[in-house]
Structure formats: structure tokens, C-alpha cells
Design a protein around this ligand. Sequence first.
Ligand code: FE
Length: 203
Amino acid sequence: MSDGHDHSHLSDTELRVRALESLLTDKGLVDPAALDAIVDRYENKVGPRNGAKVVARAWVDPEFKKFLLEDGTAAIGSLGYLGSQGADMVVLENTDKVHNVTVCTLCSCYPWPVLGLPPAWYKSFPYRARLVKEPREVLQEFGLELDDDVEVRVWDSTAELRYLVLPARPAGTDNMSEEELADIVTRNSMIGTETVASPAGGA
Ligand code: FE
């Protein structure tokens, strides 16, 4: 495609996967619930843990954070999390004044090596259509209330360039180790639809 945003392979792949899933289910070879469990595992557990490790490293290591914001691809690559659907990465820092959130307005481009598989809502038409037009309203629906003086920046992913949001480190985490910090980083905080909450009992 002339805009460099190639979607055709995705719909073809999705069609083929759907055809295979229907066939295997009809023949009793796979259980749809088991498939859902596998997808859930990659959406929510395995995939985003890589991104969470990138975030935690940036929170504890200022030199790495600088590297990550200047050259996301090289910094993420130094931890071993580059690959197909995430070969060229830009990292966006959320601060008191700027809140970044990512979308693919045309399909579902998403940084697989750091976040795993995209959740269904990320691929949905309402999210893709509305985030650019009314980001504050969409974020409110995710439970994220931003102060009026916070600038919201929406980033449209493409086949060539994928984004990872670096959420703000929450208060009350000064004594946490890098591993403990990685455990509190959520997938949605790295998409930008939520922030990372202070741990229970923290400040
Ligand atoms: Fe796309």
C-alpha cells in the first residue's frame, strides 16, 4: 500500500485462523475454551511481562531510561525483546504534564514482542475511531481521569513503527526491587489506557 501501512496480510491471516479454528472445533479436535485460555495467557500474562521488565529497568536505571527514550529499538533490543511485529520501537514517557496513549486507527498494529497479542478492545472499531477524536472520553471509560492541564497525545501505530508507553512510576515504590516493580506494571499502562497504581498499602 502506498501509505506504507500494510493491512492486507492481517485480514488474510485472520480469515485463515478463523477457518482453521472452525474446522478443528467442528471435528472436535480443539476446545474453544482451551483456545481462549491460551489467547488470554498471551494477551495478559506472557506477552506484557516483557514490556513490564523494560519499564521496571527504566524506573530503576536512569541511564537505561535515557537510552530507551532516545533509541527505543536499540534499548529494547539490548534486553532481547525485538522481533516480528515490533522491530522498530518508539518509547513515549508519561509525566505529570503529558499522557501518551497508542492506537492503530486502521487495523491492529501492536508491539508483539513487548506486549504480546493485542486485546480485543484494541482491535475494535470504536476504540480505533474514537481515541483520536475524543481521547479524554475514551480514557475516562477505562477509568482514567486526567487533570485538565495534562496534555493527551495519541499515537497511531503502523506496520513499520510500534509504540510502548513508559508509565510514570507510582509513589510508594522507593523500596521495591526491579522484579517487584515489573510485577505491578500492567499491560494497559503500556498502551496508555491506564496508569500504574501505587501498590496496596503504599503511599
Ligand atoms: Fe495497522
